[in-house]
Design a protein around this ligand. Structure first.
Ligand code: ASP
Length: 311
């Protein structure tokens, strides 16, 4: 009898340990200006909530943080409501160039793509770069070759150019849509982060922002935190924003909240605005933004769930 109990304890111990580890996910839909259009805002909140739930389910079922991040970001990319994937804004010549990156915090593996023109889910390409190539960042023509090499289906770039988007560029009245991102901590203590964007509307052809730059738009390290940023990318690159937050925690003993606050204030001092979502190694969730709004949603194993656009 005693033997059965001991074997039972040994067998169940790992399950008990993992089931007591905190896990959490946070997603954002871009820092910017949002109107009071209640129907549009309702749709945005629904999609954010869906992304949070789908990502959370992955974590709850014992999946990896990186799977949760990719799953959540794909929901946002597919929704057309955000400036990412199918909803991406047009550059000054009237076509789409998307950027994305993903990183996992255990071995600091990362992947990124820039200037994607004919693939609907750049976050999945970034993951492919991370897991299936010896490289980290692919840009421009090389992204097309990557898609062909792995026999993925390209889409017609024109399918991403809608009459509404063209009209916006022509009229100069660009409907503000946001970059998307997600950060997750799984049951095994692994942190992952990802960001996906169409960049800045009306940007010059070839312009690349912070979203595919590891350390600027995205960063993850198990011993500190995971971070995804949104805002004028040039400034987030100058501040090495995502890595900066991790470094403040690691080398200066900052709390997650103080580290995010410090980096956002440095970006404000330079005259730019933006937002940041983050989760630290203990499962603390934090987000902040210096714009009028930022769609954002999170859920943690402690039972907290929240979805919002305005603080
Ligand atoms: N950070 C993105 C970029 O500069 C844009 C955004 O987050 O709104 O490409």
């Amino acid at each position: 009898m005693k033997k059965i109990i001991v074997v039972g304890i040994i067998f169940l111990l790992p399950f008990w340990v993992f089931s007591n580890k905190p896990f959490a996910i946070i997603v954002h839909g871009g820092a910017g200006t949002y109107s009071n259009d209640s129907i549009q805002n309702y749709k945005i909140m629904q999609v954010i909530s869906d992304a949070v739930e789908k990502g959370y389910k992955v974590l709850e079922n014992g999946g990896a943080a990186v799977d949760a991040v990719e799953t959540a970001i794909k929901v946002l990319e597919d929704s057309r409501l955000f400036n990412a994937g199918k909803g991406s804004v047009l550059n000054e010549e009237g076509f789409v160039e998307m950027d994305a990156s993903i990183m996992e915090g255990k071995e600091l593996k990362a992947g990124a793509v820039a200037g994607v023109r004919d693939f609907p889910n750049p976050i999945s390409l970034a993951r492919l770069v991370m897991e299936k190539t010896p490289h980290l960042l692919f840009a421009g023509e090389g992204v097309g070759k990557l898609i062909d090499r792995f026999q993925l289906k390209r889409i017609n770039p024109d399918s991403l150019v809608t009459p509404e988007k063209l009209q916006e560029i022509k009229s100069g009245k660009i409907h503000k849509k946001g970059t998307v991102g997600a950060v997750a901590l799984d049951k095994y203590g692994n942190i992952a982060a990802g960001t996906s964007t169409g960049g800045i509307a009306n940007k010059m052809v070839g312009r690349v922002g912070d979203s595919p730059i590891i350390g600027a738009g995205t960063y993850a390290k198990n011993s500190t935190c995971g971070v995804s940023c949104t805002g004028l990318g040039e400034f987030f690159i100058k501040q090495s924003a995502a890595f900066h937050i991790s470094a403040l925690i690691e080398y200066a003993n900052y709390s997650l909240k103080d580290a995010v606050g410090y980096v956002l204030s440095e970006i404000m001092k330079m005259g730019a605005t933006g937002g940041i979502i983050a989760i630290d190694k203990n499962g603390n969730i934090f987000f902040d933004y210096t714009t009028q709004g930022m769609p954002c949603g999170y859920k943690s194993s402690s039972g907290v769930k929240k979805v919002l656009i305005f603080k």
